[in-house]
Design a protein around this ligand. Sequence first.
Ligand SMILES: [Fe+2]
Ligand SMILES: [Fe+2]
Length: 259
Amino acid sequence: MRILFIGDIVGGPGRRGLAKLMPALRGEFEPDLVIANGENAAGGVGITERTANDLFETGADVITTGNHVYRHREAYDFLEREERVVRPANYPAGNPGRGHTVVEAGGMRVRVVNLSGGVGLRVARSPFDTVDSILSHHEQDAVIVDFHAEVSSEKVAMGWHLDGRVAAVLGTHTHVPTADGRVLPGGTAYVADVGMTGPRTSVLGVKPEQALRSLITQMPTRFETATDDVWVMGAVVEVNERGLADSFEQVMVPVERAV
Ligand SMILES: [Fe+2]
Ligand SMILES: [Fe+2]
């Protein structure tokens, strides 16, 4: 069973870029399951029902999120009712949405878990305790974790914490891909960050001149999503019948060059 995982999709440029490239990605990787991080799907920050449906139409089967999930109030009701969208499981229990979901893919019941790092981000519970609790209370054939976290040490640690217990721990949030992707000794595919799906002529998706003005002057600055040089970034993981990974492959494809 093959999984295509897509990193933080940033705004319209990210959504359109992914839509443009998806036929080629499907042709090359033939995924049974597509998981996409949509926390930046709506205007660069947050997600809405419309942008989530846009990603479903493009081919996402499950959408994960992160710290920007509650940016758009009108999405709260949608997060409650849409079982294919998850938000970090270690947020306050009463918050809108769910932290994990199960989908059928390639003859397997796959649980997709979203977790937030506890270092530099606000959480209600430790991501380590939370994922342990989820794994001890649920049955499935394979588990994929989107670890939406800021700090590389915590991401590396989560890889080791879950090695041999889940099929993949795939990092998101920093929007910068890391070069540590591999299958760990216990059989878990791991990468600290898959990177973002959005404009590379940017600072994490924001127009460079605006991000620079903000950092240099420290004055309030309007941020807009950049548009140039859109890339799709993510990972492909081959999952075996034991629910562990046989391979990990990094995906970094410029939209313009591929079409
Ligand atoms: Fe993000
Ligand atoms: Fe984030």
